[in-house]
Write a protein that binds this ligand. Sequence first.
Ligand code: SIN
Ligand code: FE2
Length: 217
Amino acid sequence: MTTDLFDVVPDVRPSREAMADGAVLLRGFARPFEAELLPALREIVKQAPFRHLITPGGHRMSVAMTNCGSVGWVSDHTGYRYDAIDPESGQKWPAMPPVLRKLAADAAADAGFNSFGPEACLINRYVPGAKLSLHQDKDELDFDAPIVSVSLGLPAIFLFGGPKRADKPARYRLEHGDVVIWGGPSRLFFHGVAPLADGEHPVMGRQRINLTFRKAR
Ligand code: SIN
Ligand code: FE2
């Protein structure tokens, strides 16, 4: 029996997938950052623990959230906003560690968005069953900058629609280390996350963590 290159089972997931004009999925892009990234996240969560925010309509979100950066995204009965102060602690949000900043900027540049300088990193924690309904990211003042979204832990089905809520979303399976960037013509596209399937991730356990970097102002 001979072995050659063609005997290797190909990875059926291409490393890069165009999702829409201005939107791309970079599979595994965050993996080289992992060794520095995970301890940095642990420190942030110690200072600013995950909490379930209340929507302006009075619903408790199934996704737990925290932030790092000079401002963080928060929701309460008065609405959605970016705030420099963590309402739970009354303190500033933890600073954005250089490794997070670099990961976001490198991924944006790879997608064609140079000099991405986000002030905010929203950190979402999904446990099995948690989901995020279709929405637009539109609480930022600057829509020229893209959104950079990093997935860690259990795989999730990311729903990526179009400019109208009624546009039928495409479904992308996002795995540990995958990064999605959307900007330009797709910056305001509707997106969400289907209810997380149960499982146990070898590194992250029974959860999915998502980092969403935004240029907020
Ligand atoms: C978000 O839209 O804020 C999060 C998306 C995700 O968890 O993949
Ligand atoms: Fe979003």
